[in-house]
Design a protein around this ligand. Structure first.
Ligand SMILES: CCCCCCCC(=O)SCCNC(=O)CCNC(=O)[C@H](O)C(C)(C)COP(=O)(O)OP(=O)(O)OC[C@H]1O[C@@H](n2cnc3c(N)ncnc32)[C@H](O)[C@@H]1OP(=O)(O)O
Length: 167
């Protein structure tokens, strides 16, 4: 199915998943869709390899962790959190140097915690990995205070977003 992109999410400067100025980053972009889900697009490079031509499982879990955590911002733009639980199922190898899509949504949202699910989708439309994660809510202000982060934590994504995506 095709879905319109409603919004591009902000990205960070040094994050491993989305950092613009981190050479080892996956430079992932995040698009909020008309159906209420969040899509990310990343292209893993040989830096992200485990066995030859296969993306490292830890990298796959990083992408799922980030996108599932970000899905909350669709319904609650100021909600941020830290991961307290993450469960990943690896179903198919993810190749290097090919774009991968990931889709996620929030499945539970309380005052203290939120949780969600996500999938990594390969070019042929098959699901390579699934994830379920839980986050402890923490305001951006508290996160910035605890980590010493400044305004490089949330920057506008200046790249061109697609008008619609398909999966
Ligand atoms: C949002 C954008 C996407 C971001 C994606 C990437 C995010 C990350 O990578 S974050 C990095 C990895 N995660 C972390 O660093 C988190 C490390 N953990 C911590 O800092 C602490 O454990 C922290 C802050 C979550 C909780 O600390 P603290 O408040 O001392 O713990 P504690 O008092 O035990 O728990 C507070 C409440 O949370 C609940 N809670 C904590 N962990 C869990 C859990 N795993 N499941 C359910 N509830 C939990 C407790 O039940 C407690 O609730 P209540 O007060 O009602 O009893």
């Amino acid at each position: 199915m095709k879905y319109k992109v409603k919004n591009k999410q902000k990205i960070s400067k040094y994050c491993f998943v989305c950092g613009t100025d981190n050479k080892e980053s996956l430079h992932t972009k995040f698009y909020e869709l008309e159906n209420g889900e969040l899509m990310s697009v990343s292209t893993p490079t040989p830096t992200h390899q485990s066995y030859p031509d296969r993306v490292h499982g830890g990298v796959i879990s990083s992408v799922l962790d980030e996108i599932i955590g970000r899905a909350i911002m669709i319904e609650e733009p100021d909600a941020w959190g830290v991961t307290v639980e993450l469960n990943i199922k690896y179903k198919k190898p993810v190749p290097i140097d090919k774009p991968i899509k990931c889709i996620a949504r929030t499945t539970r949202n309380t005052r203290l915690l939120f949780e969600g699910t996500g999938e990594i989708i390969l070019e042929d439309g098959s699901i390579a990995a699934t994830g379920h994660a839980k986050y402890y809510k923490m305001s951006l202000e508290k996160l910035a205070k605890e980590t010493g982060a400044d305004d490089t934590l949330m920057m506008d994504d200046l790249s061109q977003a697609p008008e619609e995506v398909e999966y």
